[in-house]
Design a protein around this ligand. Structure first.
Ligand code: HEC
Length: 424
């Protein structure tokens, strides 16, 4: 597909995805808050509590019924389309970003997976995630929510590990997010909505409502509550190459998920007691610890930053004209200890990055430089030096899918050039 049209399709779908996602999660946060803040002292008959609130210049009085009002209202508002549309737009976005260009965004460099196989695996992981989750919830484990929660957590970590072996870091992350999103929407569609319909129908027919479905719905909606924060992180994780770009990306994701679940637990329980107030500082300390553990300085300790001569760049260059090859190997032949020259760095960047990061990219998937990063001139390279280091030295997320086969020596070369002051 034309890259310009893909970009606008991406824009439109992503925008809607965000809007409906906010509506869904916003309503869900609001109802959890409402439930936790209900005034349950001396409720009126038939009520379990009420709440007064002021918002947007108006005063509201909300009442929650123990079961239902004596007669059902004409208009009962249901919250479901927000969830459904979040999933639909999410899957479309997955298709536009990751499946249309699976070879560059999804397949892990060197995994040997074909684009078609990676898409099949991606789609399959969503279906498998839902089926396994749902079977576990309906099994005897459904009666042991704590044990079930722990098993589900480790199941998702296992999925993150498995996917990170065959998908790019970002591809693995987004699929874990999509598995979670599918579970959450599946819960709404297959369990929570039918439970609510059953409840309303029973009330209308003056029957005792069947307690089984609502109990299932409650368990599933608890899961949705705790899964919200991890999935929100995954949605923004693309901005953080030190997470998805790490060799231990699946473990970092597991850590972040634990911290967010702890904080969520505190917010779920704080109205009743402050017993879990410790989770907030623990999560904050955990984040600080993760920042240190994932730091490139931590992992590089003891390793020399001075690279060997950049032979691969010289080799690659030799395929072009002889005159260029001569200057290329001359630049590469300079001993690294005397300092890395800009010529060496420029050669690597033009070889490995400029198919995409140019004012006129030659790669078929891009009509403009991705992320607006243009690396044509020496000045553009110098200005972008810190970002280049973050993306292709400290992590290996660039070149995307390592399509241009950048070598580790070339990465070190750029790192050394920047450490030496990035002189032109
Ligand atoms: C196959 C195409 C391709 C190649 C080759 C490539 N990039 Fe990228 N680059 C991208 C895409 C696509 C993005 C935007 C990623 C996103 O959507 O988050 C990007 C983003 C970036 C960014 C911006 C990241 C940010 O958000 O700050 C930098 C910096 C970057 N690339 C550097 C490099 C360097 C350095 C090289 C060469 C070593 C390189 N890229 C090679 C496709 C490529």
């Amino acid at each position: 597909m034309d890259p310009h049209m893909t970009e606008w399709l991406n824009l439109a779908i992503r925008w809607v995805h965000m809007i409906v996602g906010i509506a869904w999660i916003g309503a869900s946060f609001y109802f959890v808050w409402l439930e936790n803040n209900l005034n349950r002292v001396n409720p009126k008959t038939g009520l379990s509590g009420d709440l007064w609130a002021i918002h947007g210049g108006g005063i509201y009085h909300l009442e929650k019924y123990k079961l239902a009002p004596p007669s059902m209202p004409e208009n009962l508002h249901w919250f479901k389309w927000e969830a459904y549309f979040t999933w639909i737009t999410g899957v479309l976005l997955l298709g536009v970003v990751y499946y249309l260009n699976a070879d560059i965004y999804l397949v892990a460099p060197g995994s040997g997976l074909s684009a078609t196989a990676s898409v099949a695996l991606g789609v399959g992981s969503l279906a498998a995630g839902w089926i396994i989750y749902s079977l576990l919830c309906d099994s005897a484990l459904g009666k042991k929510p704590m044990l079930l929660g722990i098993i589900l957590f480790f199941g998702l970590v296992a999925a993150a590990y498995g996917l990170s072996q065959v998908f790019s870091g970002r591809g693995a992350y987004i699929h874990v997010g999509a598995i979670i999103g599918t579970i959450m929407v599946g819960n709404v569609f297959f369990v929570i909505m039918p439970a609510q319909r059953g409840l309303v129908k029973a009330i209308e027919e003056n029957r005792e409502p069947d307690p089984v479905l609502p109990a299932k719905g409650l368990l599933r909606s608890r899961h949705n509550n705790y899964l919200t924060l991890p999935v929100l992180f995954i949605m923004i994780s693309n901005h953080f190459p030190s997470t998805y770009g790490s060799e231990y990306n699946w473990l970092i994701l597991a850590g972040l998920a634990v911290f967010s679940i702890l904080v969520r637990h505190y917010f779920n329980t704080r109205h009743g007691s402050q017993k879990f107030a410790w989770t907030v500082p623990v999560a904050a300390l955990g984040m600080i610890a993760l920042a240190f553990v994932t730091s490139p300085y931590a992992s590089r300790m003891g390793e020399s930053s001075v690279p060997a001569a950049s032979a691969p760049a010289a080799e690659a260059k030799a395929e072009s004209t002889t005159a260029q090859a001569e200057t290329g190997s001359a630049a590469a032949a300079q001993p690294a200890s005397s300092g890395v020259s800009f010529a060496q760095v420029n050669e690597v960047i033009q070889e490995r990055c400029s198919v995409c990061h140019s004012a006129q990219p030659t790669h078929a998937a891009f009509s403009t430089a991705p992320a607006g990063v243009i690396l044509d001139t020496p000045e553009e390279i110098k200005v972008n030096a810190p970002r280049i280091v973050a993306q292709s030295v400290q992590t290996k997320v660039m070149p995307l899918g390592n399509l241009t086969q950048m070598t580790d020596d070339e990465r070190k070369l750029i790192g050394t050039w920047v450490e030496q002051g990035a002189h032109l």
